[in-house]
Design a protein. Structure first.
Length: 134
């Protein structure tokens, strides 16, 4: 914020860069907290305009792990420790929106290997559904 940037401006810049990369024919993975409806709508609109599939994946991390990570003062996040934990609890209610559907949900308290295999199958299937016949 000291340099004139805020979350809204950051999202604007990110979408501009994403659009450029997609227009050049490359795929993009957006690692984002898309709890804000306007952010989700922007992603859907962009994908629709470019006739691209959206593959949405969620990672359910156990809360104790989240809190441990937020409490780590050795990270380079803008907010650390108590301030990060306070912000987490202020925003936690936003993640309760059950209207958001995901193609695959990773469960942080379960073994990763079988989940990865299942996710690959789901993603491959969705890509094939959206690939034009040659």
């Amino acid at each position: 914020e000291k340099r004139g940037y805020n979350l809204t401006r950051t999202v604007e810049i990110a979408f501009h860069l994403i659009l450029r990369v997609l227009q050049q024919g490359h795929g993009v993975a957006i690692d984002a907290d898309i709890v804000q409806k306007e952010d989700r709508d922007a992603i859907v609109k962009l994908a629709s305009e470019l006739s691209l599939p959206i593959i949405s994946v969620k990672i359910n991390t156990p809360e104790n792990v989240i809190l441990e990570r937020l409490d780590d003062n050795n990270t380079e996040r803008e907010y650390r420790g108590e301030e990060a934990i306070k912000r987490y609890f202020e925003r936690k209610h936003l993640h309760a929106d059950q209207s958001i559907s995901f193609d695959f949900v990773f469960k942080g308290d379960q073994e990763l290997a079988p989940q990865l295999q299942a996710a690959i199958e789901v993603i491959d299937s969705k890509i094939q559904q959206n690939t034009p016949e040659n």
